[in-house]
Design a protein around this ligand. Sequence first.
Ligand code: SF4
Length: 468
Amino acid sequence: MERTAVHVSRDEMERQERLISEIRDLPQRPESYHVVTYGCQMNAHDSEKIAGMLEQMGMHPAPTREDADFVIFNTCCVRENAERRALGNVTWLKEVRKTHPHMVIAVCGCMIQEPGMAEKILKQYKFIDLAFGTANLHQFPELLLNTLNRRDGLVQVTDEDVIAEGLPIRRLRQDAAYLTIMYGCDNFCSFCIVPYVRGRERSREVSDILREAEGLMQSGVQEIMLLGQNVNSYGKGLADPVSFAELLRRLDEMGIPRIRFMTSHPKDLSDELIDVMAGSQHILPQFHLPVQSGNDEILKRMNRHYTREQYLDRVRKLRSAVPGIGLSTDIIVSFPGETEEQFRDTLSLVEEVRYDSAFTFIYSPRTGTRAAAMEGQVPEAVSKERIQRLIALQESLQQDTLRRFVGTEEEVLIEGLSRRSGQAISGKGRHAVSVTMPGSDADIGKIVRCRITEVKNNTLMAERLDEA
Ligand code: SF4
């Protein structure tokens, strides 16, 4: 069924802004807040928007959830254990509230958008004061105001494909920022629940994206991460369609020091995009390209719309156009019906590509997806054994793959002090690989030039040259 994006009007956004002021003036409003985030970068960025609204309401961040007057869980439902963990933690907070009776508990995000979850919360989790779905984020001020006035449990879920511009954002980092370019997904991979909970694919207007990027650049942001479930298909459905490659070209021309993007679907990775990357100044030489499986039959049943050979062709093209490009991937083991032989095709693909990093998962059935109803669910013991073999292979190859950086110069955006040593700093190089070098917290947020000296535990160790 054809669905169109609903653009929230400026009038409505201004009304929500007025409600933010109303909450700020409420005598019984919470003084402090804590946001607990599960899942991907999209969720992390939504949490930044929630924090932005809460701070405009006059609340300040509390160091822990136990200390906060208002606690909100921004949930994920991509894997069953993420969902279980979130519900467990929310339930635990019910106990904490016995000694903190004014605490307001809210739950939002993908989990709430799952079919049947709103009803479940109303029946089984009555202590939750407010629950709302991903499409209701812009209505948060109104929902919170109603909750504070009534305190009798409010659940709001909308099944619309919403685009809301202009929400306040409290960014976690000053040097690097997320910038959403599109929402939702139309691909319906058979294992994935995202299209059901994040809605159909819709792109933000180019002008809104460029304006936000300009503002970030003016405020001193060094690196922008463009976000979308499938950024490669950006622009479809816009009144004046623009390809993702063209959007990147325009962002590259602005002069933002570093541009990354995530996530990409191999079937939509165009030659145009590869050419733009090859000729760009600021798009970093790194590509996250989820393969999911190395076997054609499994890829077909996953509804991925590419074959192993087509995927490898994209990898070859990327590597010849952008020499040394960093590649990372997502892999699912034990998709329903996966045989030992089919699993070995995944191992051989990993051996052939040689990724800089790989996020590996055991298949997790999600109710409502096509794969959940498929025959041949793989026993847990087999799945565990397979994922251990995959991780061991990736780790052994990674050490070797990363050696190509030894002796080269890198520019690293410093994220913080190294966890291993207080005398060292770490961050991501241009290829998105972690680099550790001597330094202090005065370097955090800066781009530091260095020379890679060795590979240790899949991290690059470096000596400093100077600041870029
Ligand atoms: S491309 Fe597939 S895996 Fe990625 S969000 Fe869409 S449906 Fe899920």
